[in-house]
Write a protein that binds this ligand. Structure first.
Ligand SMILES: [Zn+2]
Length: 389
């Protein structure tokens, strides 16, 4: 990934490029911004540029992406680049001769490796071990030792600390010491989606760069390159569904383009729209109930969420078209006619209330409630709100 491959964030990239060009990078940054906005990919690009073997040949262009150093950074294996995220204490315990302890360590390592794999597959993913108490003191002590050594191959050491708000208090104090007397060859990039929870003493030692969610048009443009097989309507719908979260966007692209047997994302949306039609047609209401049963059997939990979210996006389109009958930027451009028919056929329906009912159902599913109960309840409520009287 070079500067050109970063999605959005023009202003932030300009700040970093200017600082790089003038050789005036701060020794510590705090990249703040919502989950999935891609701020961590910018941190990795900075690490790559500072270590790329060809970056001097193309000033301002970013890293070359192909030299040994760039490839090592991409694989999270560069000796100058450290990546910290919340891990379990078991991972850091020095190996104990007793078998039981070894087993714990091996299992923790497996869980850690699985997260690294996921991160390599999806660079927008934010890894954290489930049983973690946060970023631990031992992890920062390790950084301290590495900071004392000179970087390899004339590059710079870049320490990327993901989810900096989860630094354990003792670890935060150790890090503060490092930030107070930073070695000249080290650049710290703290990354956080909750910067207000980062210790103020740490925050004050960092230059904060705030990132926003990429715009739907930026996500659509990226998709046109990443998955050219998707048509414009599919790109628009997936960008809407991702709501500016690139981690989700990548998952959705893969679900839509994957060769697996699971129904593609747009297929799930079509099921959701058919279900809505059945709710609205009294003679077909029983089919809506059948859909609830099928959905609980055939769709995974994330797919069930896509189903419900599709209804929300459709209602959003209906609301926009009821205010402006020529509204152009629909979430579902291919359903423009259906959207207009809904506006005409069901005037004055309380779509806000209908959307609230769906959002409540989504929250219940996230809390692992029974899908069948949730869907049956939601279906009855939607019929009450939207049905003809
Ligand atoms: Zn390179």
């Amino acid at each position: 990934m070079s500067w050109q491959q970063i999605i959005g964030h023009e202003h932030q990239l300009r700040v970093l490029r200017t600082a790089l060009g003038a050789d005036r990078l701060a020794h510590a940054y705090l990249f703040a911004g919502p989950e999935g906005s891609g701020k961590e990919t910018v941190a990795f690009e900075l690490a790559k540029i500072l270590n790329c073997r060809n970056s001097h040949d193309q000033p301002g262009e970013g890293s070359c992406g192909v030299c040994e150093s760039c490839r090592q950074t991409d694989r999270l294996l560069h000796p100058n680049v450290e990546y910290l995220f919340p891990v379990e204490a078991a991972l850091l315990e020095s190996s104990d001769p007793s078998k039981k302890e070894n087993k714990k360590l091996i299992e923790a390592k497996e869980r850690y490796e699985a997260l690294i794999e996921e991160k390599l597959r999806n660079p927008f993913f934010t890894p954290a071990m489930e049983r973690s108490m946060g970023i631990l003191t031992e992890q920062v002590l390790m950084l301290q030792q590495k900071a004392a050594l000179a970087p390899r191959d004339g590059g710079k050491k870049v320490f990327i600390i993901s989810q900096a708000e989860r630094l354990h208090p003792t670890a935060a104090n150790k890090l503060l010491k490092l930030l107070e007397e930073p070695p000249a060859h080290v650049i710290f990039v703290l990354v956080s989606s909750r910067p207000e929870s980062v210790l103020p003493t740490i925050r004050s030692r960092c230059q904060t760069l705030s990132f926003a969610r990429p715009k739907p048009a930026e996500i659509e443009f990226w998709m046109s390159q990443r998955a050219p097989q998707l048509d414009q309507n599919e790109r628009r719908f997936i960008a809407s569904l991702a709501r500016g979260n690139l981690c989700n966007a990548l998952e959705l692209i893969e679900a839509q383009t994957g060769a697996g047997t699971a129904p593609a994302v747009v297929g799930i949306r079509n099921q959701a729209i058919d279900y809505l039609r059945n709710i609205l047609t009294p003679s077909k209401f029983h089919e809506a109930i059948t859909t609830c049963e099928e959905m609980s059997k055939n769709l995974s939990r994330p797919e069930q969420i896509i189903f419900l979210d599709s209804l929300l996006l459709f209602f959003q389109d209906v609301t926009r078209r009821s205010i402006d009958s020529a509204f152009p930027e629909l979430n579902n451009p291919d359903l423009s006619d259906s959207t207009n028919r809904f506006v005409k056929g069901f005037p004055g329906k309380d779509l806000y209330r209908a959307s609230t009912v769906i959002e409540e159902a989504m929250r219940s599913l996230e809390r692992n409630a029974s899908i069948l109960l949730v869907m049956a309840g939601m279906t009855a409520e939607l019929r009450g709100i939207l049905g003809k009287r």
